[in-house]
Design a protein around this ligand. Structure first.
Ligand code: G4P
Length: 525
């Protein structure tokens, strides 16, 4: 098989949205078009229903489903598409951040009535940082929503990216008639139904009298006016700018009514990138490089406490991955062979013999892997560390059973390797601080320590605002700062210095007083 062709036809991406915007529905419809599923309703939502937050066992059970739906691969029009699922619950945002390091592009789903919501804004920050190309799908056009021009302004402002509509709605809500597809020059007509697919009419140009016949005079006049405005305000769509993460094309549709979804997919396969080169500490790895290389971006623990088995998700960055071939685990220096690697097609996972750059393989593991680990055919490479973002909630973790100190130590270490939360050690008093993005994780950690390691922990309150990784060319100033802020200095898992600011004010003052020091809110800088 020609490896270059295999790479060229791969599209690996994630769909991100605020909960309830329609990610699950859109994913399902994409799978329907790929022939990967045959009936609507077949995709189990990985979304955590509105359970009480303390009911996290239920949440974990629902998350269990997500092993199968973590990666959904399907074939469409000669392309191999891999959708990486991201957890809907915001307490698992850290998982989503890491998943974004394994994708080559992103589709953002926005609810036409709600516009840009908090979680989308946060996730977009990660895309911007990594210059990930994004396409925006404005969903739920069948409902009364915001004015589309206002929405575009909001998208630009809130997501801090230039936008370019590639389809344009004719009304919205109950009067929604469909869209003018700017990308393909068609009129896509809306029928409110879950089963029927968009009806398409080829249009030579926006002045074609055909449009009046179909949508009526009034709506045609409005459409022409809108189009004139769009052409005046937004420059022509430039694929290169999209690939550089500078401009986001926007589509309007309704996932529930399977409207605008195929059109989105058809444009996506044409413009979205195939696997890109990836930086390592040693060199840039190109997908076409002959040797296999990949990195672990997610570890899914088995909830059965008797078997500490997990699945490590590896994104293939170069070469061909083969079953039963020896690969080097760079951190330990050990050679490893995998007899049952799994690939993900539709919602099934099955053992694969080979996989290509852009693909994700699931490797059964019993605790050898850490998030961010590199595997290669033998070359010593280290993919740049996956970014850690400053947690939002911090607590001291204390041992509640002196007889089980060792178990607690081991449990904490393994859970942190799995990426459940981040640990910092205070340089002042040596106490361990656990930081998370959601309250839920503290319950998850406590429960898992007890059930998987027999260790008991207790949380003690700690009021902190942010963890900032500090850096400076001025060694003296750095030492000076660390001395002055000794009480608030901690060390992260890589041994880096982290300033634990207890308020926004304190942070601002520190930034002002120490201009030679840079304060980073993510460990990737
Ligand atoms: P999420 O994964 O982003 O959290 O969202 P999901 O797809 O589960 O969609 C959230 C709700 O929005 C669902 O309704 C879904 O049916 C609805 N929805 C999705 N797309 C559209 C659309 O284009 N138009 C309209 N009107 N609704 C849409 P629900 O009642 O919360 O769930 P369900 O009981 O229907 O599954």
């Amino acid at each position: 098989m020609d490896i270059n062709k295999e790479i060229e036809r791969r599209r690996t991406f994630a769909i991100i949205s605020h909960p309830d915007a329609g990610k699950t529905t859109l994913t399902e419809k994409l799978l329907l078009f790929g022939g990967a599923i045959h009936v609507a309703g077949a995709v189990k939502s990985n979304k955590i229903k509105k359970t009480a937050t303390s009911d996290w066992m239920e949440i974990e059970k629902q998350r269990g489903i997500s092993v199968a739906t973590s990666v959904m691969g399907f074939e469409y029009d000669g392309y191999k598409i891999n959708i990486l699922d991201t957890p809907g619950h915001q307490d698992f945002a850290e998982d989503t951040f890491r998943t974004l390091t394994a994708v080559d592009s992103v589709i953002i789903v926005v609810d036409a009535a709600k516009g840009v919501e908090r979680q989308t804004r946060k996730l977009m920050e990660v895309c911007r940082m990594r210059k990930t190309p994004v396409i925006i799908f404005v969903n739920k056009m069948d409902r009364e929503g915001k004015d589309p021009f206002d929405l575009l302004d909001e998208l630009e402002k809130e997501l801090q990216i230039r936008v370019r509509p590639l389809s344009w709605p004719i009304n919205g809500g109950a009067k929604f008639k469909g869209v003018f597809n700017i990308f393909e020059h068609t009129l896509d007509l809306f029928t409110p139904s879950k089963e029927t697919v968009t009806e398409r009419v080829q249009i030579s140009d926006i002045n074609s009298p055909e449009i009046e016949k179909i949508v009526g005079e009034e709506d045609t006049a409005k459409l022409r006016e809108d189009m004139e405005l769009i052409d005046g305000v937004y420059p022509e769509f430039d694929k290169e700018e999209y690939l550089q993460g500078e401009v986001a094309p926007v589509f309007f549709g309704s996932a529930l009514n399977t409207f605008g979804v195929k059109e989105l997919l058809d444009c996506f396969i044409r413009i979205a990138p195939s696997p890109k080169p990836v930086e390592t500490d040693e060199r840039e790895v190109k997908p076409t490089d002959p040797g296999f290389s990949g990195f672990v971006f997610k570890i899914h623990a088995n909830m059965d406490p008797n078997h500490r088995s997990c699945i490590a998700f590896v994104k293939i960055c170069s070469g061909k991955f083969e079953r039963n071939v020896n690969y080097k685990h760079i951190r330990s220096g050990k050679m490893m062979r995998f007899s049952a690697p799994t690939a993900f097609m539709a919602q099934k996972k099955s053992v694969v013999d080979e996989a290509y750059p852009g693909d994700i393989v699931g490797l059964p593991d019993t605790g050898n892997f850490k998030i961010g680990d590199t595997l290669t055919g033998g070359e010593n490479l280290n993919f740049k560390g996956l970014p850690s973002f400053s947690p939002e909630i911090f607590k001291y973790i204390e041992n509640d059973d002196p007889m089980k100190a060792k178990q607690l130590e081991k449990g904490i270490r393994q859970l942190m390797d799995e990426g459940v939360a981040q640990m910092f050690v205070s340089q002042f008093n040596g106490r361990k601080i656990i930081g998370t993005v959601g309250q839920l994780q503290f319950e998850v950690i406590q429960y898992r320590l007890l059930h998987e390691y027999g260790a008991q922990c207790r949380w003690e309150p700690l009021s902190l605002y942010k963890a900032c990784w500090i850096e400076s060319d001025d060694e003296k100033e750095l030492e000076n700062f660390k001395k002055r802020k000794h009480q608030f200095m901690a060390t992260d898992k890589e041994g880096r210095d982290v300033f634990m600011a207890d308020s926004n004010y304190v942070l601002q003052m520190a930034q002002k007083d120490f201009p030679a020091i840079t304060f980073h809110f993510s460990s990737e800088f």
